[in-house]
Design a binder for this molecule. Structure first.
Ligand SMILES: NC(=O)CC(=O)C(=O)O
Length: 303
């Protein structure tokens, strides 16, 4: 019998201020007009708040079309005093509606480098966390799609987990979802929910997008929410996004999902299901951690 004695126990999720609430996933149609995209996102967030959402999630790269060559044109210096129209809008709309926002991602320009960055705002309008996409998506199917983020973007260096009114939330951006170690790290740090703003493409989307959401949720017995841009039916772009934003529960069950069209998915999150699932199937107790060296996988100490 292999013992788990050396493995630090996972931090149990803390009691969230609001344990049951509505989440909104705004699957936005994005255009080359940045001002319009910002106004449109604001309206979608306000509509969702009016319908009772306490947490709103936006897509990966929602202030401009997902074209690597154009990212710098739409980028904002989030930490600077200079005007950041996308970020200011998120802060204002979070404050005015007293909601938490996982603000999808926008291109961030910092010290001459471009990042793909997700900002999280609390109901006081304050920036609570900033996650720079950790795993850049370099992908090549000859004759079908070639996309090399690392030619344009710099990778982030730190995982992001943030305490909010609506629970402890881990953040990943799109391709970050492919790395189970990141989700596991968030699970071990007591996350209730992992949000992945994303934009899978037509080649990877159908095969993998739902599978990955369900796997990350079921493996870690927590909620996973994703939000992608809507597919533009009129685009001639090489990169066509697979919408299908969704919410998955701690059993790996799909709670709500969209198609490719522009829509806002509103669904209920009930964190008591995490506890229920973990009592009924106590993976943490059953885990043979020593056998596959969880301590190594999680970098020595999962804190
Ligand atoms: N934007 C991405 O990171 C895309 C991705 O991961 C994919 O499979 O498509």
């Amino acid at each position: 019998m292999v013992s788990n004695a050396r493995i630090p126990p996972p931090i149990p999720p803390p009691q969230p201020k609001i344990p049951k609430f509505k989440i909104a996933l705004c699957q936005l149609l994005v255009t080359p007009d940045k001002e319009r995209n910002i106004a449109h996102a604001r309206k979608s967030i306000e509509d969702a708040a009016r319908k009772g959402a306490k947490l709103v999630v936006l897509p990966e790269i929602w202030n401009c079309p997902l074209s690597l060559q154009n990212l710098s044109k739409y980028a904002e210096d989030i930490d600077a005093e200079a005007a950041c129209p996308s970020i200011s809008m998120l802060s204002e709309v979070a404050l005015c509606n007293a909601i938490t926002i996982v603000g999808g991602s926008i291109p961030e320009l910092a010290a001459g480098q471009l990042f793909n960055t997700c900002c999280v705002f609390g109901p006081d309008g304050k920036l609570k966390a900033k996650h720079r996409k950790l795993h850049l998506f370099d992908f090549d199917i000859p004759g079908e799609v070639t996309f090399r983020e690392s030619d344009f973007l710099t990778a982030g260096e730190e995982p992001t987990i943030v305490d909010t009114d609506v629970g402890r939330i881990g953040i990943g951006v799109c391709h970050d979802i492919r790395f189970p170690e990141l989700a596991m790290l968030y699970g071990s740090r007591g996350a209730h929910l992992i949000c992945y703003p994303g934009a899978f493409n037509m080649s990877t989307g159908e095969l993998l997008w739902e599978l990955m959401q369900r796997a990350r949720a079921a493996d870690n017995q927590l909620f996973v929410a994703t939000c992608a841009p809507a597919q533009d039916p009129n685009t001639s772009a090489d990169y066509i996004t697979w919408g299908h934003s969704g919410l998955v529960g701690p059993f790996g069950e799909i709670i709500a999902t969209a198609g490719n069209e522009e829509t806002t998915v509103i669904a209920e999150i009930d964190y008591s299901l995490i506890q229920f699932q973990r009592e009924y199937l106590p993976l943490e107790v059953q885990r043979q951690g020593d056998m596959y060296k969880m301590v190594d996988v999680l970098g020595g100490n999962a804190q």
